[in-house]
Design a protein around this ligand. Sequence first.
Ligand SMILES: Cc1cc2nc3c(=O)[nH]c(=O)nc-3n(C[C@H](O)[C@H](O)[C@H](O)COP(=O)(O)OP(=O)(O)OC[C@H]3O[C@@H](n4cnc5c(N)ncnc54)[C@H](O)[C@@H]3O)c2cc1C
Length: 386
Amino acid sequence: MNFDLTDEQRQIRETVAAFAEHELKPHSTAWDKDEYFPREVVEKLGALGFLGVAFPEQYGGGGADTLSQVLVVEGLSRYDASVGLACAAHMSLGSGHIAKFASDRQKAKYLPDLIKAKKLAAWCLTEPGSGSDAAALRTAATREGDNYVINGNKLFITNGNVAEVLVVMARTDPAKGHDGISAFIVERDTPGLTNGRKIEKLGMRASDTAEVIFDNLKVPAENLIGQAGQGFRPQTVSILESGRIGIAGFAAGIARGAMEDSVAYARERKQFGKPIADFQAIQWMLADMATRIDASWVLTCRAAQLRDQGKPFGREAAMAKLFASETAMAATVKAVQIHGGYGYVTDFPVERYMRDAKISEIGEGTSEILRMIIAKSLLHDGYTPA
Ligand SMILES: Cc1cc2nc3c(=O)[nH]c(=O)nc-3n(C[C@H](O)[C@H](O)[C@H](O)COP(=O)(O)OP(=O)(O)OC[C@H]3O[C@@H](n4cnc5c(N)ncnc54)[C@H](O)[C@@H]3O)c2cc1C
């Protein structure tokens, strides 16, 4: 496998880095403190073409590959994981679901504005009573003439207060379990759509996370994505598999930030008359961080390549997300340690990185669920060396 970036990918990496350094880095601490979602920045990213990089050219996208989109998420998350997550949810989940499974008419109606971030997308799967066991969802969509009537609550939805276009998984046939779930496109201004209480979070404080409530919301039957009963299998399963590659990149970006900041700090900070970088204890922490970050990136590239080659990639995406998220958590904890007392206070961003990293071990499959997926695939299909 070749993990060299193409010229186009390298250019994406460089332009995203420049954007993040100028447009995110100076503001991220304040946005986090104020719990301010910088929508104008996401809109700018859309207008500049970053958010459509891997979407079809016929709808205004860049037609690039999976890794190009991951590079966008990684580069943004390096300085601001909240913006990285907002963009990942917009691209991989909401817009990605429409790009992969919607009809040509639906794509033509929604994708151009989503690609340019004139409208934002949210993806509504989780409910108060169903997270890891997502297929146990209870939100109901009942057919009434030319409409479906949706009732239920979704929880922890990224962009859920701000998105104009929501992809909603709801049960259309209570008797059919996994195969009784369907996906719908719901527009923000539809009567019956409201948001619940404000959700305060440990990290990701500049990303919008919402409860979304459907109260006798009528959605035209033409907003059904694909066929009734396909919302979970194949649609949700496929979107989560792809989304995990993006979350691996998100986690790798946070981890890289923790390492780069730690290297810079270790060179500067003096104790016992020398830079703390001279102490082997600090060097080993940095070495472990860098090694794990590289391994995360290689796993992420492998999953992205398999996806683009049209090969199965579910196990590899789960491995990438599992390893990258646990690396992000470990690296950010070490970054705080390397910064000592300064790591614990908000003068330096590493405490934010540590708070932000935690979500990568929870969203789009917890580490426990990912280990189950990997083990199940291993026991079913056997192990083939990479
Ligand atoms: C900031 C944020 C953003 C999010 N964004 C979105 C979004 O945009 N859209 C969306 O639909 N959802 C979103 N989520 C929801 C997220 O995907 C879920 O929180 C996640 O899937 C876990 O579900 P849960 O919270 O119900 O935890 P639970 O499923 O209740 O898990 C609790 C614990 O039990 C463990 N567990 C559960 N089942 C098993 C098992 N079978 N074996 C072993 N251990 C198990 C879990 O690993 C975990 O440790 C978001 C969540 C957060 C916090």
